[in-house]
Structure formats: structure tokens, C-alpha cells
Design a protein around this ligand. Sequence first.
Ligand code: RIB
Ligand code: CA
Length: 314
Amino acid sequence: MNKRPFLIDCDTGTDDAIALMAAVHCPLVDIKAITSVNGNVAEVYTSRNNLDLMDYLDQDIPVSRGAVRPLMGGALDTEGAPDTHGKTGLGGIKLPTSQRAFDPRVADQVIYETAVACKGELELLVIGPMTNVAIALCNHLDLAPLIKHIWFMGGAYQGGNVLPTAEFNIWADALAGHIVTQSGIPMTMVGLDVTLKAVMTEEDIADLRKAGTKAANLTADLLDFMVARRDRGGEDLVMHDALAFAAAVYPECLSCKDCYIDVECAGEYTLGHTFADVRGRTGKKPNASVALDIDVPKFRRWLVETISAGKTEK
Ligand code: RIB
Ligand code: CA
């Protein structure tokens, strides 16, 4: 069976790391490259986390550095979300420092060259601010038709987290969100409407500990960090980014609706708002499939089984 070629663009962070562990252990996909972006924490940490995590999992997937600031959005004025992910992004977990070098190319060049090499079959999993993808689209006018599908964690049909009207990834770089959602590339939006329901439990942690592989134990360690975070009033054990990957490889756990989406790039109270015309009121042609409901037990079981199946030694 031909594996689907993927590139993952991420601001690794705790939930990004869990999504990466599901992706590298999923038999359906071939991860061609990982590109790093400023978001949850500064890019110097997100890129370091990506490289160290890949080495820890014995994966020689190329990791490149990327945008250190947004094109235009909320991340211009903030230092990410250290309260949610810890100062360096992995919940205080220190992985062994990789001796491997970063891919010498910058993220947008990696996105473009990988898309060209995959001859129109490349799928992108975008689970941080969309800065790198937007830059790649602006630098290479022939890129859009080379991307088969974008699966992104971002936005919300209703509500927000960083603002009542905006979700963090899109808010952090609203202009990048607008550029990517208007690119004409087929895409699936996995927003807060479903990700806030994708909450793991202490039972899942116990199951991961039972599996006992490096990936399962590291995932359990990250979830333990999230338990402490929840107990001090922070975010729950929410698998925002892993659910975006599940949308790509385990669509049975979600229900989606095609509709027109765009990103608000102005407004004192609405910067980074994702407008999703779920009721078709604008008459505009749908440009995305928007996830509106989730089968939570199915998703949780899939995530635990996918990560636990990873053969990386204990
Ligand atoms: O709003 C949730 C998103 O912001 C997730 O991708 C999380 O990792 C943070 O980047
Ligand atoms: Ca993320």
C-alpha cells in the first residue's frame, strides 16, 4: 500500500509533540519533513523540540527552522503560551539534545521543494500559526496546485480561546491564515468546535504506561504535565493537534461540512476570527471542509493505539 506523503508544520508545544508521535507511528503516512514555526513558544524552542523529539524516537526525518515572527497577527505582541506548554514548550520535559543538524533550508523552501518532489501528492498537516505556509505560497506562485490537501488545527466556527472570537493558531498570524484559506488548496479545518472535546483521561495515561514504549511513555509524561496544568486551573488534556492528524487518517471519528471560510485581519475585537459560512448565507463557494462533531471515545482509543503501536525501543 502506498503511504501518503506528508509534511508537518508545527509550533511544538505539548500537544504538537503528541500529534508528531501519532504521525511518525502511523502506518498510512510517510513524513517527508517537519518545519518549525514561532507560536506556542519561540521558534528557537519549537525547532529544537522537533529535532530532539525526532531523534528521541529514532526518526531521521529532516527538521528545518522557520518563521520567528508572524506576517501580521496577535503573536507580534506576545511571547507564545508558556503557561500552557512550559517555558521551552515540552512541559518542562528535557529530551536528550540531538547531535543532528537542522536541514539547512528554511521552512518555506522545504515546503516548496517537497511539494515539487511529491508531484502533487503532498499533504500538509499544519498545527501552528500558518506563517511558513503563507510565505511559501507568496514566494512560489506554482505551489498551490502542488498541495493535495491541507489538514489544519485552527480557528473555530463558534467561540475562541485566546480571544472570545479567535483561536490561537489563526489569531497569532491572521494574515497568514487569510492567505492560506484563500489559496484554493483543498483543506480541512479542525477547530476548537471539536478539539476542545478531544480530552484525554487518566485511564488513557494508564493504558499508555502499560504499552511502555518510548513514545507511549513520553506521551504519558506530557499528559501528566497537562493533568497538573488542569488541576491548577489551566487547559484540560486537550488534543488539539492530534485531532487534526486524525482527521486525515481516521476521518471516522469526525463529521465535517463543506463551507466557505476566511480569516478576519482587522477589528479591535475580531482580529484572527475565522468566519465559517456553515449555513451558506454568503453564497460563496465552499473552500474548506469544517469539522463540526467528534466521536470522542473513538478518537481517544485511536490515539492511544496509534502511539502505543510505535516500535521505538523502551
Ligand atoms: O489553539 C490551539 C492551538 O494552539 C494548538 O495547535 C496548540 O498547540 C497551540 O498551537
Ligand atoms: Ca500547535
